[in-house]
Design a protein around this ligand. Sequence first.
Ligand code: AMP
Ligand code: MG
Length: 351
Amino acid sequence: MTIVLKVDPRQPDLEKIRQAAASLLEGNLVAFPTETVYGLGANALNRKAVERVFYAKGRPFQDPLIVHIASLQMLYEVVNNVPNEALSLIDQFWPGPLTLILPRHPSIPAEVSAGLNTVAVRMPSHPIALALIEHAGVPIAAPSANRFGHTSPTSAAHVLADLDGKIDLLIDGGEPIVGVESTVLDLTQQAPVILRPGGVTHEELMKVLDSVLLHGDESSIDQKDPMPSPGMLSRHYAPQATLILIESENSTNACMRIIAEATLLLESGKRVAILSADEDALIFEQLGVRIEIIGSSQNLAQIANRLYSAIRLLDEEKIDFILARSYGSKGMGLAILDRLRRAASKIINIE
Ligand code: AMP
Ligand code: MG
């Protein structure tokens, strides 16, 4: 049985936070809200508890966890060395959706980092997450609170749908503000590299650091060559439905292609849904398909925020095919693109 505690994020009930913190210190697994997505927490100093996270999620041990902290003092218990560029970033973006890869302190078990001598660390801004870590008094290792490979949870209901009975406690603290995972920035390389685009954009990081690279060609925004075959992309954040992503710099062309794909699928009797921007919805109406509006293309933060819950909703409705378009690769468009690519079974690149 998973105990569920409802906590108001505006005024966290400290009695409940203490109960959850005590549970963590006993070596239990506690899911909690952060400003990005729900996390599945374990005491990062307790090897056994950390191992349980991998079993509960079905996550391979090679996939390292992010350690969550509530104070700068805690940072020095997690990492060995804090370079100046990390301090500048921390000053600007913590607490918030930026994860830094730094040299791992020996007190953090190797299991947390999949055996690497580095560790991923961030200070979340969500009041419940911060209160929980403070009360526990230890760093908390927490990946997203979903079954491995599945869409990340943006509500307590999503967490239960994936992990009910497999975890000890869940704090239901409403919906996250960002809705997409943190940006993971590696500071242990010669130049800082974004390993995963997320809540803090490349452009924002470039205002603090001279140079910030994007990891690998697959996420390079200037790439004009055809995408590698979708089979080469790691499929992650994946819905049950088959998601088809239309990538284009031109939104009209992308929408026209979505209409063509939808028409074909409808003819073969499939249940089809379109993840649509506000502005695009009108031209899809003629199709008579399920249209799920995820926000305005003028407000990409809103689209990023609603992406996962929209995908989960369509899965609940047993949709066969989800069609979506890209929203460029600037600002939050890059994080949206990264998640859609990993959720997609098929990617169609057009002009
Ligand atoms: P999750 O918390 O499930 O959203 O995933 C955390 C992600 O952070 C991992 O999948 C890695 O991409 C990244 N990460 C965590 N620790 C490290 C590390 N030490 N080195 C490189 N990447 C890391
Ligand atoms: Mg995850």
